[in-house]
Design a protein around this ligand. Structure first.
Ligand SMILES: O=C(O)CCC(=O)C(=O)O
Length: 280
């Protein structure tokens, strides 16, 4: 991978991990430099312009580009950025998976998203450890006006009752803090921390990238086996292939007809169910 500028940014894993444990999130300044930001914009340009969300959660005035990891080298590099992987290693089991990968452009006039937590899909009672971690990278500067992600620090530690009490409290939203940060910086937060995409009260879009990673036993939000063409996966690094699910969670979750899923990337691989009985 080729992110030399990012690798030069000081990175204190202990301090970041401690903040994640206490507050539920941490900020990675300067994850992308000016060249990286330009590469992101160039790669996204053909895809942006027109889509809108189909419901209030996606955002009726929000554009989402899904399957981001397969839309350019810069997104592949970011998905396996060493600083992000170092943080994931602290909070998730070895073999964790990419579960979501999107660009999110919140357009002017968009309302705030509902407050939620990203690993709620797993329906595991709280309090508990996170089942996923989320990364949001600011491509435009995040401001309190343009839809910076609103965070609820410490809420990753809340019980079910505390989450419900928050949702019942008409003044609850006042406790949210916007993740104001310059373009190129990122927030990493625990999947059970409450947050939302902010309202965009400015006159320009707010562009961000987001990747989420889940425990290796979890079902992924996006089905990358179907959305990322096999030839594209073949050209990726082994780490990225594993993040997309081309790996085994021991002893055998993820097998393909009793073989390792990487076998499916070999030239000439034919699904065993299509092979003649004589071929074995
Ligand atoms: O765009 C953002 O700032 C957050 C979006 C979000 O939390 C989500 O879509 O799950």
């Amino acid at each position: 991978m080729d992110l030399p500028a990012a690798a030069r940014v000081p990175f204190d894993i202990e301090a970041h991990a401690a903040r994640m444990a206490k507050d539920g999130y941490t900020v990675l300044p300067g994850l992308l430099d000016a060249d990286g930001l330009a590469a992101v914009r160039t790669a996204l340009a053909p895809h942006l312009g027109g889509h809108r969300g189909r419901n209030a959660f996606e955002g009726f005035a929000t554009e989402r580009i899904y399957t981001l990891v397969a839309r350019g080298q810069v997104f592949e590099d970011l998905t396996e950025h060493p600083h992000i992987l170092a943080l994931l290693d602290r909070f998730l089991l070895p073999g964790y998976l990419l579960t979501a990968s999107q660009a999110i452009a919140i357009q002017p006039g968009e309302a705030a998203q509902s407050v939620h937590y990203d690993d709620g899909f797993y329906r595991l009672a709280r309090p508990r450890p996170a089942a996923s971690l989320s990364v949001i990278i600011a491509i435009d500067p995040f401001t309190a006006e343009n839809g910076a992600t609103d965070l609820l620090p410490g809420s990753h530690l809340w019980t079910e009752a505390e989450v419900e009490a928050f949702h019942r409290d008409p003044k609850g939203a006042r406790r949210l803090i916007p993740a104001v940060m310059p373009a190129g910086s990122a927030i990493v937060f625990q999947g059970h921390m409450l947050h939302r995409g902010g309202a965009n009260r400015s006159d320009a879009p707010r562009l961000a990238l987001t990747n989420q990673y889940c425990q290796p036993w979890g079902r992924t939000q996006e089905n990358y086996f179907l959305s990322v063409p096999r030839d594209r996966v073949k050209a990726m690094t082994p780490r990225l292939q594993a993040l997309l699910g081309y790996d085994i969670w021991p002893p055998f979750m993820g097998h393909v007809t009793a073989s390792h899923p990487l076998k499916t990337l070999e030239d000439g691989w034919i699904a065993p169910v299509l092979r003649s009985p004589e071929a074995g």
